[in-house]
Design a protein around this ligand. Structure first.
Ligand code: G3P
Ligand code: MG
Length: 248
């Protein structure tokens, strides 16, 4: 495998469990902890603008309700994405992809953009996010790593911005993982940490791919995965896993 340019530890959904997920408040908390890489979820507003949100619907993490894809970016930006986590974060907005890029580039933080399409918008989301990432990270020393559970979204991203590295996400690693990675030109396999073992990590490396494990919150588990050679760990507890960050 070629030299992998990303750090070991990625804060999941920007701030992990320490802040409202996928918010700039979380990113700032992670940055203050010394986190050098973050993962976040990107989808499209009704008017086709990329913004950060995990769920297809709004009610779990914001004061809105119903499908996120039904609202324009201006309507989404009126929502409070902080109060459901804690009153101290009241008024926190759903971030634009552009805001994330500005803050991460100025802070030297590497990014894994998980393309999280609303159902039926897989190819459009892959295309729009890849084009935006190309523009927003122009001339960056390390490009954003694009990932998705949707092969269709990654395929569209590949056509739109073939130079951006891609990772294919699995919950459980399927037997035909290599064919699936090849089909979207992925450089990395991303999967649930419980799906990995030493032999599988060695097979994936031997085939020339990097490995990301999510969501790893226990330091002993993280050390075991690191000892197997896992290249990236996505965690809700960047405060606990910070001590492992010395590799890159
Ligand atoms: O990218 C790793 C992880 O974020 C995938 O699962 O559901 O937290 O987006 P989820
Ligand atoms: Mg994610």
């Amino acid at each position: 495998m070629p030299l992998w340019p990303y750090p070991l530890v990625f804060a999941h959904r920007l701030g992990g469990a320490l802040a409202p997920e996928n918010t700039l408040a979380g990113l700032l908390i992670a940055a203050r902890l010394g986190v050098r890489a973050v993962e976040c979820d990107v989808k499209l507003s009704a008017d086709g603008e990329p913004f950060l949100l995990h769920d297809d619907t709004l009610q779990r993490t914001t004061n809105g309700a119903g499908p996120a894809r039904a609202l324009t970016l201006a309507q989404l930006r009126e929502l409070d994405a902080g109060s459901r986590f804690h009153a101290a974060f009241a008024g926190e907005a759903l971030p634009l992809l552009e805001e994330l890029a500005t803050l991460c580039r100025s802070g030297g933080i590497q990014v894994n953009l998980e393309i999280k399409p609303c159902p039926g918008r897989e190819a459009e989301t892959g295309r729009v996010v890849a084009r935006a990432a190309r523009r927003l990270w122009q001339r960056a020393a390390v490009p954003p790593l694009l990932s998705s559970f949707s092969a269709e979204a990654l395929h569209a991203a590949r056509i739109a911005a073939p130079e951006l590295p891609r990772g294919l996400l699995f919950d459980t690693v399927p037997a035909n993982w290599r064919a699936q990675l090849d089909a979207v030109g992925a450089l990395a396999l991303h999967c649930h940490h419980a799906s990995l073992n030493l032999a599988l990590v060695e097979s994936i490396h031997s085939a020339g791919y990097a490995v990301m494990a999510y969501t790893v919150n226990d330091v002993m588990e993280a050390r075991l995965l690191q000892s197997w050679g896992v290249d990236m760990l996505c965690t809700d507890r960047p405060d606990r896993l910070g001590e492992l960050q010395s590799r890159v």
